[in-house]
Write a protein that binds this ligand. Structure first.
Ligand code: FMN
Length: 432
């Protein structure tokens, strides 16, 4: 940075540049008081303090080249931090080259992938916000094409051939059962390979530390490798990683232990699960909410600080019973079950959270629940007693509206810090 050093009261310094400081971080209430909605109160996760309860849910963008993040990711992820998300969780980041969902996925399987990612984390930190990474392996759902080619009529649901840059002969799963006819035919991992993948997660976590992340999330949801092991439908193994509940969760438990062992005691660890694979309709054994609750009760003692409650994605013929609270309610159920046993692990809610009132009510004890909404109209229908979650994770709403945090604050009547550069653009009026 040429020229004289600017006064640090005005400027925040990132390793490669200075930028106007956002003090307090954008999205922080300027005059907090006892009646400030919980949504705009801090959340403490070990040494990490989030200034509000909004997190950007991980979202694959299929825009990486050989697993490397690019300027696209800087603009995309940076915009959420700039506009008030206290935590931005980076997309599913593969711990192995053949664990990418698509050829456009991000990875951390070699040291060269650290620097492009660090640039983005540094930007987020310069905004006074926090960054998390989701560590993942796609298992049998690996090796597809990114995006959608309207001419070829092929895309994310189709296997990438070798000519496409794919690896159809190098796709692995707990058992040799394909997801469907358009995905690769996976091979069953040996016991030694599973143990090797535990180490891959730990090595990727070590690289993520070098990137500078504030927290990490282990991706054990959506039918990717770790969730394939949890399910009796996709895990037909006869070794120590298959069969009983204890055996099916073993791989996840070992990954948690391995990651926890390399990250500092002060760093929070998150886990995302599919709380049900929505296969109850078959009448056959499947991963379901009771097993998720059983798993959740074990996690605090393993050093997990927050369970991010998602669902589905493991079976092409899942039948989801969909309504605005279809996932949030399960999060609430798990939270209740934990609290009933005095377990203190925090819960993240995700899925179809689109309005100020819905976001508010999810984390607010004794709050008012929002009813059905078309995304613009908010209807209050009753009084809830307990919060369903501690953190709200947002995916598609953030893509539609990266300034969602600022609009929610305005609509709930909370005066929050705006980006200094956008100070003249405050929302005006009763609700927007
Ligand atoms: C474009 C896109 C990419 C996604 N990629 C991921 C991902 O990398 N990891 C993950 O756990 N979930 C992923 N998801 C799921 C979201 O994180 C989120 O759980 C889901 O979209 C429901 O939240 P929403 O209703 O706010 O979109 C993705 C969703 C979208 C829309």
């Amino acid at each position: 940075m040429p020229g004289t050093q600017p006064p640090m009261s005005i400027w925040a310094q990132a390793p490669d540049y200075v930028t106007p400081a956002q003090r307090p971080p954008v999205g922080t209430p300027l005059a907090p008081h006892p009646s400030t909605p919980t949504l705009f109160t801090p959340l403490q996760l070990r040494s990490l303090t989030l200034s509000n309860r909004f997190a950007v849910s991980p979202m694959c963008m299929d825009s990486a080249w050989d697993g490397l993040m690019t300027d696209f990711h800087l603009v995309h992820l940076g915009s959420f931090a700039l506009r008030g998300a206290a935590l931005t969780i980076f997309e599913a980041t593969s711990v192995a080259a053949n664990g990418r969902i698509t050829t456009g996925d991000v990875g951390l399987w070699h040291d060269g992938q650290i620097a492009p990612m660090k640039r983005i984390v540094d930007f987020i930190h310069a905004q006074g916000q926090h960054a998390g990474i989701q560590l993942a392996h796609a298992g049998r759902k690996a090796g597809n094409l990114p995006g959608h080619d309207p001419l070829l009529k092929r895309g994310v649901n189709d296997m990438a051939t070798v000519a496409d840059g794919g690896w159809p002969e190098d796709v692995w799963a707990p058992s040799a059962i394909p997801y469907n006819a358009t995905y690769a035919r996976p091979k069953a991992l040996s016991t030694e390979q599973v143990e090797g993948l535990v180490r891959s997660f730990a090595e990727a976590a070590e690289r993520a530390l070098k990137v500078g992340f504030d927290t990490m999330e282990i991706h054990a949801a959506h039918g990717y490798l770790l969730s394939e092991f949890l399910s009796p439908i996709t895990n037909k193994r006869t070794d120590k990683y298959g069969g009983s509940f204890e055996n099916r969760i073993r791989f996840l438990v070992e990954v948690i232990q391995a990651v926890r062992a390399v990250i500092p005691e002060t760093m929070p660890l998150l886990v995302r699960i599919s709380s049900t694979e929505w296969m109850e309709w078959t009448g056959e054994p499947s991963w379901d909410v009771p097993q998720s609750i059983r798993l959740a009760k074990l996690l605090p003692d393993l050093g997990v600080d927050l369970l991010d409650v998602s669902s589905g994605g493991n079976n092409a013929d899942q039948k989801i019973v969909i309504h605005p609270y279809y996932q949030v309610d399960i999060a609430g159920q798990i939270r209740e079950a934990l609290r009933a046993e005095g377990k203190s692990m925090l819960i993240g809610a995700v899925g179809l959270i689109t309005t100020a009132e819905m976001a508010r009510s999810i984390v607010q004890a004794d709050g008012t629940l929002a009813g059905e909404t078309d995304g613009t109209v908010e209807v209050e229908v009753g009084t809830g007693q307990t919060a369903k979650a501690d953190l709200v994770l947002l995916a598609r709403q953030m893509l539609r509206e990266p300034e969602f945090v600022l609009r929610v604050a305005h609509n709930l009547g909370v005066e929050v810090k705006w980006p200094v550069q956008y100070g003249r653009a405050h929302f005006r009026g009763a609700k927007v």
